[in-house]
Structure formats: C-alpha cells, structure tokens
Design a protein around this ligand. Structure first.
Ligand SMILES: Cc1cc2nc3c(=O)[nH]c(=O)nc-3n(C[C@H](O)[C@H](O)[C@H](O)COP(=O)(O)OP(=O)(O)OC[C@H]3O[C@@H](n4cnc5c(N)ncnc54)[C@H](O)[C@@H]3O)c2cc1C
Length: 460
C-alpha cells in the first residue's frame, strides 16, 4: 500500500498532473478485457525513460509493486494490479513513433504507440508492419511485445517476435538496458529481447522498441472454401500450407460458429457446412495471385471443399471476412458465459484436435464452437454455458481443463497469443515440468530480485 509520503515523492519525479489517485480514475485502470477488476493504489504516467527509471528505483527500494499497462486489452489479466501497487501507463506521453528509418527498413517506437498508428504511418511511405492482432485499433506495441501478439497475417508473416530487432528497457533497479541492434544479424551475447518478448511485464519495463519493416505488397485477394466436415477442412489447412503456397491468412469457422453468425447477422452463410475456410493471398502481380488461388482451390477440392468462391470486388472480400470478424461476439447465442482459450497446435494435428474437442463437448453436454487462425494452428476454443448457473460454470472449467490436456498431448501450447497472465497461471504445471518452472523462476529472480514487477503473473 502506498501512502501520502510515497505519492509526494512520485510527484517530484513526474509532476502532480501525471499521477491519478482519485477513486474514479483508479476504477478506470482496474480492468482489462478479462473483465476482472483489481484497484491500483495509483496510476503514474512517466514522461520519458528517465522517469520510468526513477519510479522503478524508488519502488524497488520501498517494495512497491509496479504493473506496466498498455491499452488494457489483454485477455488474461496481465495488466491487472492483482496485488495493488502502481499502474504505469504509457498512453499519455510515451506514445510516439520516434523514427521510420527507410534505408534500414525499421521503425523505432515508444511502448504506448497504437499498433494501427504504426501500420498507417509506415504504409504511407510504402512500407509494411505485418503483425495485426484483431485489437490493432487500440492495443499498444508495448502490450503487443509483452504478449507476443499475433494476428490474421501470421500464417505468412509471423508474429510480433519476428519483427522485434531491439529494445530498451528499465530493470526494477532503475538501470536501463539495451538489447539487440538495427542489424539483421546479431549473435553477440544472450538474446535478451527474446526473453523480454512475451514476459508480460514481469521482468522489465519496455521503453523503446525497434521493429523490422517489409515492403508493402501491392495486391491482395480473398477467397472462401465451404467444407463438408471440420476435420476435412483442417486437413486442407495443413496440406495447403505445405503444398507450395503460403497464404497471408487461413482462418476457419466451424459449424456452430457459422450458425451463430448467421443467426445474429443473417448473411446467407452455409449453415449446413462442417466448416468454412477464409484465405487471403498477396503479391505484386495479378498472375501470381491467380496462381496462388488456383493452387489453394485445387488442394481444397481434394479435401472435401464443396464450393470455392473468390471475391471479385473489395465489397465481396469484406463480406467474406465479415463472418470471421464477427464470430466471437455471435457466440452469445449459446450462453451468457464464454470460457475462451487460444490454444495452438502443430497444424498437422488440427483434424485430431477438433475431433477430440467434439468428444469433450458431448461428454459435458456443452457447446464448444471453435474458430480462428488455423494457418498457424491457433484455435479459439469457446466453452459456452449459462453464466447464471454455477453448476454450468463449473462444468465449463472442467471441459476447458480437458481442452488443455488434449492440446498438450498433441504437442500444443496453452496460449498462442493471449499469454498466461492470471487466468492461465493455474494450468502452467500441466504444460511445464517443475525443472522448467524453476528455470522461469530463476530468470524472474535475476531480473527482479524483490519481486516488484507484476508479481503472480504467469504463475511466478
Ligand atoms: C477484441 C479483442 C481482440 C483481440 N485479438 C487479439 C489477436 O488477434 N491477437 C492477439 O495476440 N491478441 C489479441 N487480443 C489480446 C490483446 O489485445 C493483446 O494481448 C495485446 O497485445 C495487448 O496489448 P495492450 O496494449 O492492450 O496491453 P495490456 O493488456 O495493457 O498489457 C498486456 C501485458 O503487457 C504488459 N505491458 C504493457 N506495456 C508494457 C511495457 N511498456 N513494458 C512491459 N510490459 C508491458 C502488461 O503488464 C501486461 O502483462 C485481443 C483483445 C481483444 C479485447
């Protein structure tokens, strides 16, 4: 708990106008997308890296907890001050694109920059920052790096970690570290950026990120395949990805999700289909895009695709993508409570995974609609129940535990993009051995010996 003496000291660092300690503001900073809430003792907006360093140094000396926060769009509670303390926000001052280096094709940004603002800025000069989480309009790059965010384009372009070239960060001691360079090759020393990526604000506070940029492809085309069964659609996914073409996106909706979107939005979707796959291809030549789509169509057709539709206009493409973009919100037709996970498996086991989820749904008599980024093996798995019925909620968590068990058995991971935070911390021992967890703990101890940075997250 911080008192007036601490607050007064923080005011000497950042100024009174950069501290919130009134009830209304503290409440506003107590939530994230999990909708759990924990009130912080104060919210501080550092103006620069020096402020971050001063605040951390003081907190370390006085055992005050610090929770870094981006936009608070996380799905696992990473930015929640679950043990109180100070929330450190970057949206007020540390939200600038510092440089777009055209010659080396990199951008240097502060952590509070919104993903879409960077995308727009680099696209204006013909460059491209591919990681596109569905929260791209509001999530921050500091949060994206700390969760290793991915998006629809991951199938071809990878995820945030594939674009982080260098970082500056402040350790709990207040010391500033630099990790990585603008160079494409750098094998000197440990890969500290690699440790900080996806560390969920538990090791250091990121103050600057250098991101790799690509040349922007000029053309994109969209297509949709309708499949008789979800297992066959999943076979089409991995066979396409290994079949000589790399689509930008390869997304799927299962039958329950198709029905939910149709019931909610009446778009004329094929409600009897086992699944639909939506894919984008890109490049600079029409012929190249047509070649990619012809190959995808051929592989789809060999794997149970009943209908293959290529969008002829931007409006038709948007119409195809509508179903995918509105999948999540449509699922409320199956119940008021959604226990949703973002498990990920190697693509070749997707057919088994979906078949096993079907068995879990039958065993517990619940609906488990699935959709997601199958191009990278990432399946959004949603156990839907009546939230007002405690027994149903208990069943949902039993089902989700089995979802994790099956995922791990098939060589997958607890999280493809949303991280562990608080929500998945209880499952860490299912996925890691005690020796591996001890190694995580010793890394945490090396960075943060007094355990002031985002304690208890990731089960640490
Ligand atoms: C509708 C919706 C759709 C989503 N879709 C996707 C998706 O497609 N892909 C995906 O990957 N995620 C998705 N997410 C989840 C979320 O948007 C991502 O995890 C995102 O990266 C979080 O960014 P944020 O700025 O909101 O960070 P927050 O939620 O505020 O924080 C996330 C973590 O980052 C840490 N952190 C933040 N800033 C710093 C910093 N400067 N230094 C150190 N640690 C820091 C926090 O402590 C916390 O642990 C979605 C969320 C919503 C609500």
């Amino acid at each position: 708990m911080i008192d007036a003496k601490h607050l007064n000291y923080f005011k000497t660092i950042v100024g009174e106008e950069n501290i919130y300690s009134d009830t209304a503001h503290l409440r506003a900073y107590s939530y994230d997308a999990t909708r759990e809430h924990f009130k912080p003792d104060a919210v501080i907006f550092p103006r620069d890296e020096e402020d971050v360093s001063e605040v951390l140094k003081y907190c370390n000396e006085h055992q005050i907890i610090i929770v870094p926060r981006g936009a608070g769009s996380g799905f696992t509670g990473g930015s929640l001050p679950s043990s109180g303390g100070i929330v450190l926000g970057f949206e007020k001052h540390m939200n600038k694109i510092l440089d777009i280096d055209m010659q080396n094709m990199v951008a240097v940004v502060q952590p509070g920059v919104i993903n879409m603002d960077l995308q727009r800025a680099v696209e204006a000069v013909g460059l491209f920052y591919p990681p596109d989480p569905a929260s791209q309009d509001y999530s921050s790059l500091g949060g994206n790096v700390s969760e290793n965010a991915g998006g629809m384009r991951a199938a071809k372009y990878g995820i945030t970690k594939d674009y982080v070239m260098a970082m500056r960060a402040v350790l709990p001691s207040g010391d500033v570290i630099k990790a990585g360079k603008k160079t494409i090759k750098d094998v000197a020393g440990y890969n500290i950026s690699g440790i900080l990526i996806a560390s969920e604000g538990t090791l250091a506070v990121t103050t600057e990120i250098t991101l790799k940029l690509l040349a922007k492809p000029k053309l994109t085309k969209t297509a949709m395949g309708v499949f008789d069964s979800v297992e066959r659609a999943m076979e089409a996914v991995y066979k396409t990805m290994a079949g000589g073409v790399t689509p930008v996106a390869m997304e799927f909706l299962d039958n329950l999700t198709i029905k939910a979107v149709e019931k909610t939005f009446h778009k004329g979707l094929p409600v009897d289909a086992g699944a639909i796959l939506i894919t984008d291809v890109d490049g600079n030549l029409e012929d190249d895009l047509d070649f990619q789509l012809a190959l995808i169509k051929k592989i789809f057709k060999q794997n149970g695709c009943l209908e293959f539709k290529i969008a002829q206009t931007k409006e038709q493409a948007a119409d195809i993508w509508f179903a995918r973009r509105n999948a999540s919100q449509s699922l409320s037709v199956y119940g008021s409570k959604k226990v949703n996970e973002d498990i990920t498996v190697p693509r070749s086991v997707l057919p088994q995974l979906l078949a096993r989820f079907d068995k879990i749904a039958k065993k517990y008599s619940v609906n488990i609609p699935c959709f997601g980024h199958t191009g990278d093996g990432n399946v959004h798995t949603n156990v839907m129940v009546d939230g007002s019925d405690a027994k149903q909620v208990e069943i949902a968590y039993k089902a989700i535990k089995e979802v994790f068990e099956v995922t791990i058995e098939l060589g997958g991971t607890l999280s493809g993009e949303h991280g562990i935070g608080l929500s998945k911390a209880p499952y860490m021992s299912m996925a890691f051995t005690q020796e591996e967890i001890n190694l995580f703990k010793s890394i945490k101890q090396a960075f943060d010996p007094n355990n002031i940075l985002n304690p208890h997250k990731m089960g640490l």
